[in-house]
Design a protein around this ligand. Structure first.
Ligand code: SF4
Ligand code: SF4
Length: 147
């Protein structure tokens, strides 16, 4: 009985020592949303469509990104624009299906797609997960992933 009490007291002291030691160790808890993660350069977040140096769309609507996408998350509609050139009418990425694998970026022959460090993609409904062409051109500027 006495031996059990001694063991309990020793364990109690050891537990308190661990607690006291952690009082002086810096906290690893991130106070989200006031503090945010700085993601690594290789992080693959929301896709972004890019413009060329003249401010024109780089995407030529070849659909290679849509073809290589393993989850069929990309939908592209093309048509005939001015001067009978091919024009991208709509470009949508469904991020509910997207695996953020980066294959679309790798496949693009025009470097028109990139992935950003944006990870705050929560929304209230399914429709909010479909990023249109306009939205993809407005994705955060910071490019974290380049091929
Ligand atoms: S990152 Fe991968 S899953 Fe997402 S759209 Fe591109 S190819 Fe598809
Ligand atoms: S592969 Fe590039 S150029 Fe072709 S449709 Fe996709 S984003 Fe546009």
């Amino acid at each position: 009985m006495r031996q059990n009490i001694i063991i309990s007291i020793i364990e109690l002291i050891r537990g308190l020592a661990v607690t006291c030691w952690h009082l002086f160790v810096p906290s690893v808890t991130l106070q989200y949303p006031r503090q945010r993660w700085t993601v690594a350069n290789r992080y693959r977040g929301l896709e972004r469509l890019l413009l060329n140096e003249e401010g024109k769309e780089r995407c030529v609507g070849c659909c290679l990104c849509a073809r290589i996408c393993p989850s069929r998350a990309i939908k592209i509609v093309t048509g005939e624009g001015e001067d009978y050139n091919k024009e991208v009418i709509s470009f949508e990425i469904d991020i509910a299906r997207c695996l953020f694998c980066g294959l679309c970026v790798e496949a693009c022959p025009k470097n028109a797609l990139t992935m950003t460090g944006e990870y705050e993609l929560a929304c209230y409904n399914r429709a909010g997960m479909i990023y249109t062409k306009e939205g993809l051109y407005k994705s955060p500027e910071v490019t974290k992933y380049k091929k």
